[in-house]
Design a protein around this ligand. Structure first.
Ligand SMILES: *Cc1c(COP(=O)(O)O)cnc(C)c1O
Length: 349
């Protein structure tokens, strides 16, 4: 009864076991209190605003673009679906990267061209340009900063990809808040094939599922035809409107704390030796133990109550790498203590 390409897929897996400290899902350690006022006006018997007008108006000010340039999704995952549905394939993306580009392309039976990053996890720009010329991908996804490697890509190389491509290029800026590289938002007017994707999931709103694409009005209008009516529920809209209009300072302070904590973690871990630590422009970073299997370190951390993300054999380029999300200061200190214990024991045995 089920199509072949669906039978071949594996579902997106999320760890759901209980543990003391969770540093495995790139969530923000800082949430916000929901004000009862914000949701009091919601009428349970009425559909949400299909156009999310109030929310898009606030974002339009925040991002300095017109509301017509913004399309709202139930998380950016939903918008990846719409983008690929709108363009069709082939779909090109560097790899390893965010797995949903591939999962959604395959579920829609579209051809994919995953182009391996080089060993520093930078873009293999020659291979990408060559594949653009040979295969004419109708859509390209570039996550910058990239999940799961953590690094932002060279801005000039991304410009080159946009210029060489006849298809749509989506620059996924899910982690841009943690990076000091410039955003592609200011280039929307200068290209006719650029979309920028944003999500509020990584800065403290994962529960609300708020994703957006920003682009030229004519492209947004076409993709909007695919959007399911009422895709963004009333609670998410009302809570986001309230928090974004009142809590900008707290939001920015949280981001600064996460960046500070990321740098602290990387510095302390470097001092331990025994680890390769990859540079990060995100709220997470990759580590790779020098004298131990990644799976062994993963297991020891778990025994001590800390969950990080391991990739295992499914992603050969990340074999032995673990992805660590930056937590709150106490969680990070606990994680550091665990790492010290594990690596010291290793050294003396
Ligand atoms: C987490 C993540 C997303 C998904 O964000 P949602 O808005 O929660 O669906 C998109 N892109 C990248 C690169 C991510 O890491």
């Amino acid at each position: 009864m089920i199509k072949q390409n669906i039978l071949k897929l594996s579902a997106y897996k999320v760890n759901d076991f209980a543990c003391k400290v969770r540093l495995d899902a790139n969530e923000s350690p800082f949430g916000f209190d929901i004000s009862p006022e914000a949701i009091k006006t919601i009428q349970t018997n009425k559909y949400p605003d299909p156009e999310a007008r109030e929310l898009r108006a606030i974002l339009s000010k925040m991002w300095d673009v017109a509301p017509e340039n913004i399309l709202h999704g139930n998380g950016s995952d939903e918008l990846i679906y719409y983008c690929i549905t709108a363009t069709g394939g082939p779909v090109l993306y560097p790899t390893p990267t965010f797995v949903m580009y591939g999962i959604i392309a395959e579920s829609l039976s579209e051809a994919t061209y995953p182009i391996a990053l080089n060993k520093d996890f930078d873009l293999d720009i020659d291979a990408i340009i060559k594949t653009i010329h040979e295969k004419n991908p109708r859509i390209i996804f570039i996550s910058s900063p990239n999940n799961p490697t953590g690094n932002a890509f060279d801005v000039e190389q991304i410009h080159r990809i946009i210029k060489e491509s006849k298809g749509l290029v989506v620059v996924d800026e899910a982690y841009h808040a943690f990076s000091d590289k410039p955003s592609f938002m200011s280039h929307i007017g200068s290209y006719d094939n650029l979309l920028v994707m944003k999500t509020l999931s990584k800065v403290g709103f994962a529960a609300l599922r708020l994703g957006f694409i920003i682009g030229r009005e004519d492209i947004i209008r076409e993709i909007n035809k695919l959007r399911l009516p009422y895709n963004l529920n009333s609670f998410s809209q009302a809570i986001a409107v309230d928090l974004l209009s009142k809590k900008q300072n707290e939001l920015n302070e949280n981001i600064q704390t996460i960046i500070f904590e990321r740098n602290r973690l990387i510095e302390k871990l470097s001092a331990l030796g025994e680890l390769k630590i990859y540079p990060s422009d995100s709220n997470f970073f990759l580590i790779k133990p020098v004298d131990m299997k990644g799976a062994e370190l993963y297991g020891k951390l778990l025994e001590m109550g800390v969950a990080v993300k391991s990739f295992g054999a499914a992603v050969p380029a990340l074999d032995d790498c673990l992805r660590v999300t930056v937590g709150n200061p106490d969680e990070n200190t606990f994680f550091l203590e665990c790492m010290e214990k594990i690596l010291n024991t290793k050294r003396t045995t």
